[in-house]
Design a protein around this ligand. Structure first.
Ligand code: RM4
Ligand code: MN
Length: 388
């Protein structure tokens, strides 16, 4: 049996970052369904994120997406976040929604467009300086649709050159996190399609560059926990973008499609001793709530990560190691499954009560009247969504 007080301490230290864009209207290429009460401004997104933190005690930071969350004064915005009890976290750079980027951003064949894309990324570092953010998270839509369209290796050279310039601009305490995704919107080649390509760029850049594993960005059946274990061993796992997928980049609630996979991933993090903030792994959500209410969906997501982590912490590590060493295949498997099959909801409810929180954050939210208040207050203006 794992020591329960150690498990509780570790859970208290778990910090999950919320994405500002999860509070805005999102959808598919077929339809974006607007929801009442959705934020019109970055401040209102921060207000909603602060609710999630107030109810869970586990989501103290909110990631911004630039230019969706562009404001005139980022220092002031960071101050506003602090007043609401949260902080501005990772800065996500968006170089995929401009007409100029039709053939790519940092790997575009046109040097002028590459300059524009690189300048956008450098601006994001300026924003990080103003907000006190540690991480710049980069995901590129760059790639090609047709064989012969562009030079595959040449695009890697252009990408490397841009990343180098951005990396040089980082402060000593700042990091560059490079995300990968196997396809979409490019369908023939994607310039950063997998963890190997991301890792090669990070290794070339230096120690403050690390890979982001977005759990929705792999081919079906990919063993994500293996990738996590390998990156942790290399000291190059920068963090996660959590969400779940049934088919492609579905961006559904983390732990909804495959809670066992989430447990297996968190188990590798725990086994590597990388759960606490000191290890520098950013546990971020990257989700879209197209049809469900957004704040309860974020609450559920935080709770799903907490539950998977609690189960991962409950694994009896000495018993597992002994069974592995003895070659006891089924015994080792049983140790893992015993932890996974534990109902950790009472443990987490108790932990919340110890912190003075409601044991049931979703019920507390519904009782709070916050949803009714934002529906009544947020009338007029333009609701936030992709592109704003
Ligand atoms: C991308 C990627 C990025 C996210 C955007 C919205 O697919 O996952 O992390 O910022 O979507
Ligand atoms: Mn992502």
């Amino acid at each position: 049996m794992a020591d329960l007080s150690v498990v509780k301490q570790a859970l208290l230290g778990l910090e999950i970052e919320l994405p500002s864009w999860s509070f805005g209207n999102t959808g598919t290429r077929f339809k974006v369904f607007a929801q009442p009460g959705v934020p019109r401004t970055v401040r209102e997104k921060i207000d909603d994120a602060a609710q999630v933190h107030a109810l869970t005690g586990s989501a103290p930071s909110v990631a911004l997406h630039i230019p969706w969350d562009a404001v005139a004064d980022y220092g002031e915005l960071a101050g506003y976040a602090r007043e609401q009890g949260v902080r501005v976290g990772t800065i996500n750079a968006n170089v995929f929604q401009d007409d100029d980027f039709r053939l790519g951003s940092v790997a575009n064949p046109d040097p002028g467009i590459r300059r524009k894309a690189t300048d956008r990324l450098l601006e994001c570092v300026d924003i990080m300086d103003a907000t006190g953010s540690r991480d710049l998270k980069l995901w590129f839509a760059d790639g090609t649709n047709y064989p012969g369209q562009d030079d595959i290796a040449g695009r890697q050279d252009r990408l490397a050159e841009c990343l180098h310039e951005v990396y040089q601009r980082l402060g000593e305490d700042q990091r560059l996190l490079l995300e990968y995704k196997l396809f979409e919107p490019s369908f023939y080649t994607t310039d950063v399609p997998d963890w190997g390509t991301s890792l090669l760029h990070c290794l070339a850049l230096g120690p403050r560059a690390a890979v982001v594993v977005d759990t929705g960005h792999h081919a079906p059946g990919t063993n994500i926990e293996f990738i996590v274990a390998v990156l942790l061993r290399a000291g190059r796992l920068g963090g996660f973008d959590f969400n779940s997928r049934f088919y492609a980049d579905d961006d559904l609630i983390v732990g909804a499609a495959d809670p066992f996979q989430l447990f297996r991933i968190m188990r590798e993090v725990v086994a590597a001793g990388a759960l606490g903030p000191a290890a520098g792994i950013a546990f971020m959500l990257d989700q879209c709530h197209n049809i469900e209410p957004k704040i309860p969906a974020q609450l559920r997501s935080v709770m799903n990560v907490q539950e998977a982590t609690a189960k991962a912490l409950l694994v009896d590590a000495p018993a597992l190691a002994a069974a592995q060493q003895a070659g006891d295949v089924l015994g080792a498997h049983a140790v893992l499954m015993d932890a996974y099959d534990t109902d950790v909801r009472p443990l987490l409810a108790g932990l919340r009560a110890d912190q003075g929180l409601d044991p049931d954050p979703v019920a507390a939210y519904h009782r709070s009247g916050y949803q009714q208040k934002i529906i009544a207050d947020r009338v007029g203006g333009t609701q936030a969504g992709w592109g704003s």
